[in-house]
Design a protein around this ligand. Structure first.
Ligand code: NI
Length: 428
């Protein structure tokens, strides 16, 4: 497929910042082949008038299947939310439910401009199927919990191995994997060593929740007499490329470790706020050159998978908290959702930017909207004025997944039908 996007305002990285200028983007198969030349014959020509092309957003931490729990257990403390409401429901969830939940999550992500997401889930194969069927890009991971060599925990590792063996690289490499020990409070030290060996064998990185709540800090201190970050560091987990979600409570020593070990921190501000967990020390991490990325977490604790909403929060809350308007600028926040996220996945020469040779993962916004006039600073508009409804067309791996707001790979009504039925069965 050859696609020419003609005369479109385009967000590109320039030195340490971004520039926005009108240009043309030519795509052949899965790649961006030329920028700045519109003399191509193409199968599809997209008129760029009143449109804005941005690198597809990357949601670095979510649980897509959890859309089925959206607006079900709100305004509850974290422990009560997780242990009394969400986990009992997950026990009743089937693989088919998880598939449709993931489909709904992907629909919402595409509609709000996300082209790649890092997912942690409980049903093997279902997330892979949904990613394969829809054409989105994803880095997938089966959540692992266990203690020592317990049968359940080892079985989950074996399931994850089978899944990776079968799915890795499918869909022209759109499907990739990391290994996901759920959290320091759901995996003990011996089990984590099993997980680390698994990750080393498969040469894959780690996706984990870290220092999300005060309870976690207290629990790990009781058990191991250290912080969760020190605990994982002692086990050698950070020798592997790690995506650590949340990192709300960090000591100065924790920040030293995360910086030194080049751990990628995935901040999920809305989920942390909603569950009453607090606000992560993101500016301190940035001052120590930690690679910070952005995630929505699951729809049960957010309650959307809209990265524009997340971008707005991450660029606002730290200004308010620190009483400094110049921390986490629009450009910095936008990088969390694009280039930094690509780097965390080891895809920094492949996605996260609109550049020749990069994968054609592009989100096109219709900016003929009141909130986009006047066009003084389009980076500011992306962080502070966009609500996600502006997303008009989404391209992943050179394929158009949504064109003029119409899904081309998803039967929207079918997904809604299944979700309604699942909700009736599970949530009554
Ligand atoms: Ni999470």
């Amino acid at each position: 497929m050859k696609i020419l996007i003609k005369n479109i305002l385009t967000v590109q990285e320039k030195e340490a910042d971004f520039q926005v200028k009108e240009t043309s983007i030519y795509i052949e198969n899965d790649r961006i082949v030329d920028i700045g030349n519109n003399e191509y014959e193409a199968d599809v020509i997209i008129d760029g008038k009143n449109k804005l092309a941005i690198p597809g957003l990357i949601n670095s931490h979510t649980h897509a299947y959890m859309t089925v729990f959206r607006n079900y257990a709100d305004d509850l403390p974290f422990s009560q939310w997780l242990f009394e409401k969400i986990l009992p429901l997950e026990d009743r969830l089937t693989g088919e439910d998880a598939y449709w939940g993931t489909m709904l999550g992907i629909m919402e992500m595409i509609r709000t401009g996300t082209t790649c997401f890092t997912d942690m889930y409980i049903f093997i194969n279902e997330a892979c199927r949904a990613v394969d069927d829809t054409g989105i890009r994803a880095c997938l991971s089966r959540g692992l919990v266990g203690s020592g060599d317990d049968e359940g925990g080892m079985q989950r590792i074996n399931e994850a191995k089978r899944e990776i063996d079968f799915w890795k690289g499918q869909g022209n490499d759109r499907i990739s994997f990391v290994i996901a020990p759920h959290a320091p409070y759901t995996c003990d030290d011996k089990y984590l060593l099993n997980v680390i060996n698994f990750a080393k064998d498969y040469n894959l990185g780690i996706n984990i929740h870290l220092s999300e709540s005060r309870n976690e800090i207290a629990e790990i201190y009781d058990k191991y007499k250290c912080t969760p970050t020190e605990f994982l560091n002692r086990l050698g987990l950070f020798e592997l490329n790690t995506l650590a979600a949340h990192c709300v409570y960090l000591s100065d020593n924790d920040i030293d470790i995360l910086s030194e070990k080049k751990v990628n921190v995935i901040t999920c501000p809305v989920s942390n706020l909603k569950l009453g967990n607090g606000i992560a020390p993101i500016t301190k991490l940035l001052n120590r050159n930690v690679n910070v990325c952005l995630g929505t977490d699951g729809a049960a604790s957010n309650n959307t998978l809209n990265m524009f909403k997340e971008l707005q929060f991450v660029t606002l809350i730290h200004k308010g908290m620190e009483e400094k308007a110049d921390v986490i600028s629009a450009s910095t926040g936008f990088k969390f959702a694009t280039a930094n996220a690509a780097k965390a996945l080891g895809f920094d020469n492949k996605i996260g930017k609109i550049e020749v040779g990069y994968k054609a993962d592009i989100t096109i916004l219709d900016i003929d909207k009141p909130q986009y006039y006047p066009r003084n600073n389009l980076l500011s508009a992306l962080a502070y004025s966009t609500n996600g409804d502006e997303v008009n067309t989404v391209i992943v791996d050179g394929k158009i997944l949504m064109r003029d707001n119409e899904f081309l790979t998803i039967d929207e009504e079918k997904v809604k039908y299944h979700i309604r039925n699942i909700s009736k069965r599970l949530l009554i």
